[in-house]
Ligand binder design. Structure first.
Ligand SMILES: Nc1ncnc2c1ncn2[C@@H]1O[C@H](COP(=O)(O)OP(=O)(O)OP(=O)(O)O)[C@@H](O)[C@H]1O
Ligand SMILES: [Mg+2]
Length: 394
């Protein structure tokens, strides 16, 4: 066959996609070649077809993996979430592709390991069953605001190839107190019917209700409905609840979850990785990123994302060439706007108000940022930096 090497390459690339329709067409081509007495080309395609098959049986796709974990009807864009009967407000949002348009979360090493272990369990249901155990199916993610909890729930779903049924419990509770119990039951019935990950965001709203002196009877009923529905879902669906206020949850609720993942404020190393990722595609040297991380201090991923975006805006509008000095200059323009305030001696305050003390603090921080880098970033001469360093040491 003419140009067969090109056709062969096309087939190899196409078969990597594991689309059954593509496979069918390659089989048709093989049969035609065989019928036309081109046995050599036909066998080459045979080899490609059987190679692709064994590869795909060895590495099942995320969707195949999650079919072992969660069954149910397929969610499509034609399926609508349940709504409150009186107000018609939807009780949840359906996200068919929870990973789309979302950045990959960045974690400390410890957190990465914890999440990886849980995900690994969810991805190896066959191995667990061979051992006679069932996988865990629920997880409570908790920690301070803006640390990536919601992002993590969506990322987990994306890794498993599962769509998300996302319910914000605060909305469900506060707007429809009179009908909350029924709404919760409807929400769970919906999630149990479909192959999905049920995400219960702002989960502490239920716990907070207990402090409400009104509607005591109603509140009890709501909490009980929630606990019963969580129990009923335990052996089948996959449920991830999220809260900022873990202290508000009582042990009865806490116990309902098999995994508890705390997402804390990022440590220094993680903050540096976050900032340099968020500053992409700006070419930013390591010393600059570490200095910026020092300036903003112990902040959440969400804060760092906003900070990096603000920095990019200042640089874009200023129309200046991106350099260590212009990045630090832009940071100086936004730090006062970003509510970084705090002690007068905080690195952020010194950065804006007292250059000499800032340089001293930076040198004393133990981050190991070289004097030459500091000089470049702050547009200072090497001798000024040495003087600041001496003043600081004195
Ligand atoms: N660990 C992280 N890795 C990458 N990006 C992060 C991380 N944490 C926060 N972000 C950024 O901040 C945004 C907000 O994060 P997210 O909504 O997941 O926080 P949260 O913990 O759910 O906050 P809240 O408690 O306020 O609901 C994300 O979309 C992302 O841009
Ligand atoms: Mg959130």
């Amino acid at each position: 066959m003419e140009h067969f090497s090109v056709v062969q390459t096309l087939c190899r690339i196409g078969l990597e996609g594991a689309d059954p329709r593509f496979r069918k067409q390659v089989e048709r081509l093989r049969d035609r070649l065989r019928g036309g007495d081109d046995e050599k080309s036909a066998s080459a395609l045979d080899r490609l077809l059987s190679g692709a098959q064994s590869e795909h049986t060895l590495t099942p796709s995320a969707v195949e993996v999650s079919r072992l974990l969660v069954t149910g009807d397929e969610l499509t864009s034609n399926v609508h979430p349940p709504a409150d009967r009186e107000t018609s407000v939807p009780l949840a949002e359906i996200i068919l592709q929870p990973g789309m348009g979302k950045p990959s979360p960045i974690y400390s090493e410890t957190l990465s390991l914890a999440l990886g272990a849980m995900l690994g369990e969810w991805q190896r249901v066959d191995a667990l069953r061979a051992m006679g155990v069932e996988p865990s199916r629920s997880c409570l993610i908790y920690g301070p605001p803006g640390t990536g909890k919601t992002l993590t729930a969506f990322w987990l779903a994306a890794q498993l190839g599962l769509p998300v049924v996302n319910a914000r419990i605060d909305g469900l509770v506060s707007s429809f107190l009179g009908t909350t119990a029924r709404n919760i039951a409807n929400l769970f019935a919906f999630a149990n019917r479909y192959r999905c990950m049920l995400v219960l965001d702002e989960f502490d709203a239920v716990a907070k209700m207990r402090d409400d002196p009104h509607e005591v009877g109603e509140i009890k009923r709501v909490v009980n409905t929630l606990l019963q529905n969580l129990d009923a879902r335990a052996g089948t669906g996959l449920t991830v609840a999220i809260t900022n206020h873990d202290a508000l949850l009582d042990t009865a609720v806490w116990r309902r979850f098999e995994n508890h993942i705390r997402i804390d404020m990022p440590d220094e190393r993680t903050r540096v990785v976050m900032l340099s990722t968020f500053l992409n595609p700006l070419p930013v040297e390591e010393d600059v990123v570490r200095t910026l991380a020092f300036v903003v201090g112990k902040r959440s991923g969400s804060f760092l994302k906003n900070f990096a975006d603000a920095l990019k805006r200042v640089l874009a509008i200023g129309g200046v060439q991106v350099s260590a000095a212009s990045i630090l200059g832009a940071a100086r323009a936004i730090v006062p706007r970003m509510a970084i305030a705090g002690a007068e001696t905080s690195p952020a305050a010194l950065f804006v108000e007292d250059e000499a003390k800032f340089v001293g603090a930076l040198l004393a921080s133990g981050l190991g940022i070289r004097q030459a880098s500091i000089a470049k970033m702050l547009n200072l001469s090497q001798s000024t930096i040495s003087r600041y360093a001496q003043d600081y040491a004195a």
